[in-house]
Design a protein around this ligand. Structure first.
Ligand SMILES: *Cc1c(COP(=O)(O)O)cnc(C)c1O
Length: 341
């Protein structure tokens, strides 16, 4: 198969349209069969539920080429299941897990020319999403919905080497205690934009959000979960009902415990403990783990001992093991790697 003429090492994280996307419509209480289409435009009512009341959720996963030349995805079943949870919480119809997985296969196969080659560091980012498409003016769920899935090639995350991040403890909240922080809803991102633009203006890479109720516990950033390593080598991730259950974080915790034999626990993490941490990283599909070098809490600087030039040793081991599994260099736990082509 002829690959698209793309300079894989030098594309960023932007939208590059590919040949085909998947579309299925929900009408009269049922999903239609779904099709692959070349049409990248969405036409909906000016009064669509998504446009008026933000009734929409999304997912994000990657397809990539392994060492032995296969095109695979990492744990897409977990993305499908998480989308089910998001849809239920937003009063949207569920897109069945098997159909989600079938759509991943169809979209990636149809756009195989855009799956970056092994070793390029680039990947094919897949974006499934759903939105209320029928008119809604009184506040209620829409009656009709559209599920779509497109993909776009994205460049290597750590282009030019790893640069640990500087983050700040935010005065804004990301999620309310019984709100929507645990689902992948567009609304969580819309209201975080003000805080991230402000963070960037102040010279920070990300916001560390605290629990909204007590503002004493660490939750996550706008789009990634935290993983800490304590000074005695324990891997710790914050536990809260308002954190988005990152698939990368859940996989890394498994790797820590079951493969690397480290102590790993999900528990409440207090802001007061940050000064005692040896390493800190942000986990998500895009980067797997980005190391944090410095956390600034209202003028008080907490510098992680791992420093601002490289990943800490435990973070690096976790990163190398998970990316090794993803790329087919290490044996994967059962069901983690889904082969498409
Ligand atoms: C998507 C997302 C993550 C990362 O989840 P992965 O499944 O690892 O990509 C973390 N936090 C938030 C708020 C997210 O939306």
């Amino acid at each position: 198969m002829q690959k698209a003429n793309i300079d894989w090492a030098n594309i960023g994280f932007g939208y590059i349209p590919t040949d085909k996307r998947y579309v299925s419509n929900f009408k009269n209480g049922a999903w239609d069969e779904g099709i692959l289409t070349s049409d990248d435009k969405v036409v909906i009512s000016e009064c669509a539920g998504v446009l008026q009341y933000a009734q929409t959720c999304f997912e994000g996963l990657k397809a990539y080429t392994t060492e032995d030349g296969k095109i695979v995805c990492f744990r897409p079943d977990l993305n499908a299941e998480r989308m089910v949870d998001s849809c239920k919480r937003l009063e949207m119809p569920v897109f069945p897990v098997e159909r989600f997985l079938d759509a991943v296969d169809k979209v990636v196969s149809a756009n195989a020319a855009y799956v970056p080659p092994y070793g390029s560091g680039a990947t094919l980012y897949i974006r499934p999403y759903m939105f209320g498409s029928s008119p809604v003016i009184g506040v209620k769920p829409a009656e009709e919905y559209q599920f779509r899935m497109f993909c776009t090639p994205v460049g290597p995350y750590f282009k030019g080497g790893v640069k640990p991040l500087t983050i700040r403890v935010s005065d804004f909240d990301r999620a309310a205690p019984h709100g929507t922080g645990h689902i992948k809803a567009g609304l969580n991102y819309a209201m975080s934009l003000y805080a991230i633009v402000d963070a960037h203006e102040q010279g920070y890479d990300e916001n560390m959000y605290l629990d909204a109720a007590t503002r004493t516990k660490v939750e996550e950033t706008g789009g990634a979960n935290f993983l800490f390593v304590t000074k005695d080598g324990k891997v710790v991730t914050p536990k809260s009902n308002s954190i988005l259950p990152s698939i990368t974080r859940r996989s890394l915790m498994y790797v820590a415990k079951e493969i690397l034999g480290l102590e790993a626990e999900e528990r409440e993490v207090y802001v007061d403990e940050l000064k005692d941490m040896a390493e800190c990283g942000l986990c998500g599909t895009a980067a797997v783990i980005s190391p944090v070098g410095k956390i600034v809490d209202h003028g008080k600087e907490i510098c992680l001992p791992a420093g601002m030039t490289e990943m800490g040793p435990v973070t690096k081991k976790l990163y190398d093991t998970l990316t090794g599994i993803q790329m087919g260099r290490l044996e994967a736990p059962k069901g983690w790697i889904h082969t498409i082509v």
